[in-house]
Design a protein. Structure first.
Length: 239
């Protein structure tokens, strides 16, 4: 079934990473990014998918993955197009069970279904990629609901980006009752806010959802969302 997925092409420049991102990581990972990385570590520590195989989709060099995370799994498969990122990821101390597969599950409308068929025993982690890559038809929420219904998956991803600094940077978890404007207002209080919508708000369509602002560079902020699913079908799908 893996042969049905298109090959993942090597590249050094990409919306979700590449050379610019590596330079930013080297400069900011111990400063501007430290709080965000701490929050991601907490999200991943709480995520216990009860699978021994992990598929990482778009992990880049794993800058945000906490130390020891990969060692939680018997096998880790990474789908990463950046050769520099692959080399960096492979040198992590916890990467002894890591292998790379050149399959592009984000390129076509059936890509996630093919991914699920190729790795039916895996948990899937989308590592800050879905907010950077447009959904190939429909929306990522719809594709995830339909095509990864039976697999545990998790994602942290950009929801919106802006040049205005938030008044609140404390992570919060919401049940999904707020719309995007109300969610943004929990961090940016009053005044005019111009944002770039990454079309990933409330990914998967069912809460809870966790959020934290991330200052990616001076003068640029992202609102990052975390969501996960346990891989159980919806009641209507069981009927």
């Amino acid at each position: 079934m893996t042969a049905s997925l298109p090959p993942l092409r090597n590249h050094l420049l990409h919306p979700s990473g590449g050379l610019v991102y590596h330079l930013r990581a080297l400069r900011h990972r111990h400063g501007l990014w430290a709080g965000f990385h701490h929050t991601v570590a907490g999200w991943l520590n709480s995520w216990q998918p009860r699978r021994r195989q992990l598929v990482l989709v778009g992990p880049n060099a794993g800058h945000a993955l906490p130390a020891g995370f990969l060692a939680r799994f018997d096998e880790v498969v990474a789908l990463e197009p950046d050769p520099l990122a692959r080399g960096w990821l492979a040198r992590r101390p916890d990467a002894g069970r890591l292998r790379f597969v050149a399959l592009d599950c984000l390129a076509g409308p059936e890509g996630l279904a093919l991914l699920a068929a190729a790795f039916p025993e895996a948990a899937i982690l989308f590592s800050n990629v879905l907010g950077q890559v447009p959904a190939p038809g429909g929306s990522w929420s719809d594709l995830l609901r339909r095509q990864l219904e039976m697999l545990p998956w998790a994602s942290y991803h950009d929801v919106a980006s802006t040049e205005r600094a938030p008044q609140c940077t404390t992570p919060i978890t919401l049940d999904g009752g707020d719309d995007l404007d109300a969610t943004l207002a929990r961090f940016w209080h009053g005044g005019r806010l111009t944002v770039n919508d990454h079309e990933t708000f409330q990914l998967g369509g069912q809460g809870p959802f966790s959020y934290v602002p991330w200052q990616i560079i001076p003068g640029r902020w992202q609102l990052v969302e975390w969501t996960c699913r346990d891989g159980q079908p919806r009641p209507e799908a069981q009927a």
